[in-house]
Design a protein around this ligand. Sequence first.
Ligand SMILES: Cc1ncc(COP(=O)(O)O)c(C=O)c1O
Length: 382
Amino acid sequence: MQIPFHKTHTSQEEIEAVVEAIKSGWLTMGPKVVEFEEKFKEYIGCQEAVCLNSATAALHLALKAIGLQRGDEVILPTNTFVATAEVVTYFDAVPVLCDIEEDTHNIDVSKIEALITEKTKAIIPVHFGGQPCDMDEIYEIVSNLQKTKSQKLYIIEDAAHAIPSYYKGVKIGNLARTDITCFSFYATKTLSTGEGGMATTNNSDYAKNIRVNRLHGIDRDAWDRYSAKGSWYYEIVDNGNKYNSTDINAALGLVQLKKQEELREKRTKIAQKYIEAFSGNRNIELPVIKEDRETSWHLFVIKVENRDSVIEELKSRGISCSVHFIPVHKHPYYKEKYGYIDSDYPVANTVFGKSLSLPIYPDLSDEEIEYIIQNVIEVVGI
Ligand SMILES: Cc1ncc(COP(=O)(O)O)c(C=O)c1O
């Protein structure tokens, strides 16, 4: 049996939606993008949603919207995909890495305060694998700093893994004290448009700023004002980017959005089967989900000794696994440029050494799940 690490769920409905989008003639950003933003907003319950061509673009423009400047510092977990740190470097600002919790692999909020300096401008919590971070504790740190030092810290959530995820009953993307939340629709994500992203916020100024900057800094108001007269006129009001989405991607997104609860249920069932099969096995550490939150189950990460050889052995049996993530402080470019010291991240180092992500996607069959369970147990022992 051959089981890839990921297979995107697409059906005839997605294919027909894309064909219809192509036939409409609007190949780029048009009415489907507008509809996708509206429906996404409704789904999340937030006031604003701006569609982009990736979460990286969303994170970049979110940092621009809060006014990040050269030399500022942004705190983020070392256990993330490099995009979270990379966007900070676009501003010649500094990604300040924080260690993580051993159980959830999320940012360790007890270690954030020690990293705050006068230059700290923002925190980017990453909801690893779909499990929300300790957001109330992060809000507390931010409001204490405001009270004691009148220093404002912005919160940008990296929710690339978190559709749909809930923190204390509220859907990620709609937490009132967060400035901007960024989602990814990359091919392996729980809602996929191939490539894509969305920024959500309840602040209309941020949303306007991101809208202007996703298309070269063109002021839509000026465009709309003059295009009503059939004019060629537009104004550039910022040094923007080319980060817009397309109607083809949005058509895919609209179909996938409708299925989110159903797809999440399927991933949850797979997670439950893994948990049932592996609990009590002293060679496997299972993922820990805190009681007051719900994960999208984008990832199912176990921890095992001899992780590399386990991955190789499973591969030889037809099961592809992955590792999330190689911590940012270990990547040569970041290590050299920012001088990160490996021993500053003891928990992330231990977690990285043992973590292994098993396949978890809606179209995984019962037979495949059983095959994975049986082989993992055979390889790691009981
Ligand atoms: C935690 C995290 N943040 C950001 C990104 C970037 O997403 P995108 O590929 O949509 O730019 C990813 C992508 O894998 C991710 O895992």
